[in-house]
Structures are given as C-alpha cells and as structure tokens.
Design a protein around this ligand. Structure first.
Ligand code: AMP
Length: 302
C-alpha cells in the first residue's frame, strides 16, 4: 500500500570519533524515505533551496522514491544541521541548526497524486507543517505515525499537542518522552503521552533498544548488537522509515505487525550507523537485511 513520507532534506556536517563529514546529504525525510524504499515504493514531500546539488537528488532517484513532492525553492537555502557525537556515541550536541527554507513559514506542497496515501510518516519536522499536511490529505490515512524531537517539543509545544490526537502512533527517544510528558520515569512518560492522543508510542532507547506501548500491551525490542558504529545520524529516521515501509508493504497496522516491523526497523537502523550519511544504506541489499533479521530473530528468542 502507498506510503507518504514528509520530512527534511538537509546538509549535515557531522563529527564522530571515527571522523567527520561536511555538507553531506541528510535530513529526516531523506533517511526515512531511503530506509522505507527497501520495503515499498515511497512518496517524499520535502523542500530544499537552490543550493541543493542535483547530484543529491540523483542519489534518491536510484531508489523507488517518487520525488514529485521534493520542492526546489528558488532564492532559498537548504536546511543545514551540524552535530558532534561524544565518545559513547549515544550522546550528541547540535552545534548549529539553520532551518532556512524549512523555517516557520514553510507549508508543504503536496502533489494531488499523493493525497490518498494509506500510510503516512510525519518524519521529524515541524508539527505546524505536519498539521498542514494532514489537512491537505484527501482522506484519513489508515495509519499515521509521527516522529518528533526535543527541538519541537521545546519550541512548538502547542502545535505538537494539537497534532497528537490526530495521529495513531508517536515515535521518540526516551529523553524526549520524559521531556514531553514532564515525567522522570520513561514508562510513566509514555503512558502520559498515550493520554495526549496516540493509540501507541514507540520509545527508542539508543543501544538499549526500543519499546512499544499501547493501552493494551507493552513489548520490548533490543537494539541489534553492532560492533561498528561510525555515524549514528539518521538512526531514528531510518528506524521510522523502515518501520513504516515494512508496514505499508504488508498493508497491516495491527500491534503484532507493528512489532514485527520494529524488528526490521532495528536491523535497518543498525546498518545505517555503520557509515556516514547515506553511505551504508547505498550499498545495503535486501538480502543483507533478511540475513541479519534471521540472526536477530535467533538472538531474541527464548
Ligand atoms: P536522527 O539522528 O535520526 O535524530 O536525525 C538526524 C537528522 O535530522 C539529520 O539528518 C538532520 O539533518 C535532521 N534534522 C536535524 N534537526 C532537524 C530539524 N529541526 N528539523 C528537521 N530535521 C532535522
């Protein structure tokens, strides 16, 4: 079934203990769409400025990613983010974020052909823009999942609270869940978020895996035990993209299918962090995903 992803397309400048990269291709929409494309064709809504190299678009064109919704805005500059990871790779600091063309006044252009999409991923981005996109859909998607981050929890709390009752699931990391709910305990925080609207919450805990919480169930998925972490950027976005890609491919949105998709998402995110930017995803094959998934299944069965 059709999957629509909205998210950022960005220039990332990254420093990790393994090295650094300047102005490489990144952004929540880019990572999410790329990861989803291993499972299903994707429609991407995003915006870049005239400084965006066509070579970056070409790298997305090699995948089953429909780019009719990738707007190139003349006279504008692309979102630019730079970050540095600490030795443990779980913690990072944002050194600079310039929203540029994705600033407050940005409203997405949504092609007519995208508006009936059945699966919708609101990848990390402004909740104002997410609300606008929801209003532009021709019908309510079967499954709408949003990802968010501390930046929006702190800077756009009111639109975020308006968004939560309109989505089915929210994905965020543990510190963001505690920040959004104002709770010290992560599980309590996730329960509080359920009261704000979504039917389920997926909380990512870095190398400690992720958990799914609904009113009926809680399920835990460990992280894939990777020994090769080069650049954690986009781990969350590729997790969200692969999750929704796997669900759209199956056409299902029940809890068991979501949990099975979380395992696939964990595997893809684990591969993504093995290289800078899209480097690892660009060499990744479906066969590698399946083989690691089989190994992962053995590891978590008891
Ligand atoms: P993650 O590592 O999964 O949290 O995502 C990192 C990606 O998010 C990078 O590629 C950034 O370009 C992108 N990003 C950083 N800040 C923002 C923001 N405020 N809005 C949208 N995307 C962002």
């Amino acid at each position: 079934m059709s999957l629509l992803v909205i998210g950022s397309a960005a220039f990332d400048s990254i420093q990790t203990p393994s090295g650094s990269r300047e102005k490489v291709i990144g952004g929540s929409g880019v990572y999410a769409a790329y990861a989803a494309s291993f499972f299903t064709p994707v429609r991407l809504v995003s915006v870049v400025g005239e400084d965006w190299p066509s070579a970056y678009t070409d790298r997305l064109r090699t995948r089953a990613i429909d780019l009719e919704g990738l707007e190139v805005r003349p006279g504008a500059r692309t979102l630019a983010w730079s970050g540095r990871y600490f030795e443990n790779l779980n913690d990072r600091e944002t050194l600079d974020i310039r929203l540029n063309v994705m600033g407050e006044e940005y409203r997405p252009l949504v092609p007519e052909s995208y508006r009936g999409s059945e699966f919708l991923l609101l990848a990390n981005g402004s909740p104002v823009c997410h609300l606008d996109l929801l209003d532009k859909m021709a019908k309510k998607p079967r499954l709408t999942v949003a990802d968010t981050m501390d930046f929006y929890i702190q800077n756009q709390p009111a639109p975020l609270r308006k968004l939560l009752p309109r989505i089915d699931g929210l994905i965020l990391n543990d510190s963001e869940a505690r920040l959004l709910a104002g709770e010290k305990n992560t599980i309590t925080a996730a329960r509080r978020i359920l009261e704000m609207g979504p039917a389920f919450v997926i909380v990512k805990k870095g190398e400690n895996g992720a958990f799914y919480l609904s009113r009926q169930a809680i399920r835990l998925i460990p992280a894939y035990p990777s020994e090769e972490v080069v650049d954690p950027t986009g781990a969350g976005d590729s997790f969200a993209g692969a999750l929704m890609g796997a669900l759209a491919a199956s056409g299902r949105s029940d809890p068991e299918s979501i949990i099975a998709a979380m395992a696939r998402a964990t595997v893809v995110a684990g591969y993504n962090v093995e290289g800078f930017s899209l480097e690892r995803l660009e060499t990744l094959t479906e066969k590698e995903i399946e083989s690691r998934l089989a190994a992962f299944r053995t590891m978590i069965t008891f």
